[in-house]
Every structure is written in structure tokens, then in C-alpha cells.
Design a protein around this ligand. Sequence first.
Ligand code: NAI
Length: 401
Amino acid sequence: MNTDALLLERIHSHAEDGLSVAGMTVNRIDTALTGDALIDALKGVRFLGIRSKSRVPAEVLAAAPSLEAIGCFCIGTNQVDLDAAAASGVAVFNSPFSNTRSVAEITIAEIIALHRKLIDRSMELHGGHWRKSASGAHEVRGRTVGIVGYGHIGSQVSVLAEAFGMRVVYYDILPRMALGNAQACTSLEDLLASSDVVTLHVPATPVTHHLIGPDQLRQMKPGASIINNARGSVVDLDALAESITAGHVGGAALDVFPEEPRSNDEAFACPLAGIPNVILTPHVGGSTEEAQAQIAEDVARKLQRFKETGTTTAAVNIPEVDLPDHHPDHCRILHFHKNVPGVLSSLHSIIAESGANIHAEYLQSQGDLSYVILDVDTIDRDVMKKRIAAMPETIRLRILE
Ligand code: NAI
């Protein structure tokens, strides 16, 4: 059977639904594929959907000439050789923000759990110890949450925390509009000194490496807690363990670690293990069925737009072009080519010599690659197609009829 799209690794069924509605034939394989098995499965396939376990190196791309785009139905894209994909005009899409609500919700759960020392009470009861006490347990209403990084996740935490009656302060290196009654802090120090709970939502960058170290922990209010659902490099875990053990920081919730096991079979170790009022979770902040469904819809929509219009918005490896719908009376030339001088003038000559008029033209370049889209009259399409395909600069040509 001729297959437009191949979906691997149990991608959520909403992806298949979306691609089928867009008229694609879809084949599913539940496992990850690599090497020759992937090359075999890709014969005749135009769109590939993977999660984090399949590997698409340059050799696989070279052996899959029909492949036009890869959808990574996850956040990361390092399982694909992005440069090799760009060099052969294969677009790669992912879904970096579909799980932000899930992370915001787990953060709220942890803010409450830390204020009530819920995990400790539960562990005690599991061990047969009944320790009923109000001491050190607090409502979150009226308390201050300090949000570091007011982007997709931080801003949602802000809205949810206010709904619980919390006061919200935030710190971001970029100017971000405050939502609700939230107040921006001019420095991280101000935020740390005024928060009952600090929650981190920054990316991993050289600047955010150990953004929270011994000095910052000292600047926190005595008894305040810290939450890291961002990236493992952001907090100095030894310093945090020391501060909690010394009785300064009151507790922590950590979902991400500097070194994380690569599979569920590997052991896990962390300096915070065994310390009271510390919640440890195995990088599940964004892992919910709802997030998986939204990732499936988001990436399937990007593949569908790419197939139907040539739009590459949010592609991670090739020039981004946002295109209007394809006009049925025109033919749309989608042309990936080497970013060298003279290509446009060659294209224009070929189109002019075929007697076609150009109705619209879009161009974007990135590194060695350029992507030009031309909406032209449908005259003499076959001759035009052969001549463009034969241009030495052509990397990939697709024509929408
Ligand atoms: P985003 O890019 O929307 O927001 C990040 C914000 O941090 C931006 O507003 C940026 O200006 C700000 N920022 C960058 N450097 C900063 C600094 N040095 N100080 C203060 N602010 C700084 O990112 P998003 O989607 O909100 O994600 C936040 C973090 O959450 C990322 O590290 C992401 O990888 C992580 N994440 C974790 C998940 C999990 O399962 N635990 C799931 C999804 C995301």
C-alpha cells in the first residue's frame, strides 16, 4: 500500500486522525525504528512521525528520497540529524509548548504539597506512623510565589496561583507583561527575598547554569521552598541539600536533574534523596495524556500545513515561511535550493519562457539553504518542472497543482 505518513512509537491517535482528515494514508508501527529497519519502512513514505527513541541520522535520510518532512511528536529533536535533513530539504517539526499546562498544574500541586508537608505525612502513614499536627502546615492563600522565567509556563503558573489567592511576583530577563495582579521584580535578589515559594521556569542556558546556588539560597526567606520543573542544570543540588539540612530552605520539589537515567531500568541517585519535605519526580512535569494529545494535534497540523501549502512555520531546521492557502487556479512551486547567487533569476527565466505569469513569490534563506515559493499560472507545467528539477542548485522540488 502506498503510504503518505508513517507514525512510529505509539504516537497519540489524534495524530492519525488529523493526518487522515487531511487526506493522507497513514501507517502505524508501535515500536521505535532505527537503521535498516527504518530505511525499509520509509520506502515511498513522505511524512514520518517519531517520538524520542527512533534515530534518523544522515544515512537514513540519504536512503529515503521520498521523505519530505519529519514530525517529532515530543519536545526534543536531537534524535534527527537536523543539518543533514536541512541539506536535503526535509523539514523537521516538533511541539515545544503543548505540555505547558501540565507543568503549570504540577507546579501548583507542589506549592500546596510543600506548604502542607503532604509527602512527609503520607510517607509516615505508609510506614504505620500517625502524626497528626498543624505545626508548620500553611494555607497558600495570602502567601507569595516568586516565578523565575515568565514565559509559557511561568505565566500560566501566575494565573493559577492567583486563583488560589496567592500574591505573585516574577523575574524575567525580558520585559514581560504582568498578568492579573502579578508584579515584576527588578532583580532575582528582590524576588528571592520576598517569596514564600520560588518556582523556576527558565531554559537551560549558560546564564541559568546554577542560577540558584549557595548565595541565592541564602537570600531566600527562612523556611521558604523551591521548585525546579525547568532544567536540571539550573539548581546547585549540593548547595540545596545543605541549605535544607541546615534548616534554612524549608523544602523543595524537583522534577529535573543534572543527570537523568536514560531508561526506567537505570538507577537514580541525587543529593536530596531522603531529606524531609523534598518531592522528587522523574521528569514527568509535562507528561500527561492531555499533553500527548495536544502534541499529536499540534505536530499533525504542522505536517498538514506543510503538505497542503508548503508552510514551514515553526520548523526547527529550515527557513520558516508562513504561506496563504494554495489558490486552486494556480500552481505553487515549492523549491529548496542552495543559497547561492543567481537562482531566482534562473527560476524567473524558466517560468517566463514557459509563458506563465508569477502571481506571488515568497523567499527565506537560512545558512546554506534557501526556500522559495512561487504561485504561477498552470501553463506548461511539465516542461517547467523538468527544467527546474535539472537546475544544479535544486535540492528539492515539489509542485502543488
Ligand atoms: P519559555 O521560553 O516560554 O519561557 C522561558 C522564560 O525564561 C522566558 O520568558 C525567558 O525570557 C526567561 N529567561 C531566560 N533566561 C532567564 C534568566 N536568566 N532569568 C530569568 N528569566 C529568564 O519556556 P517555557 O515553555 O515556559 O519552559 C520553561 C522551562 O520548562 C524550560 O526549561 C523547559 O525546558 C522546561 N520544561 C520542563 C518540562 C518538564 O517536563 N519538567 C516540560 C516542558 C518544559
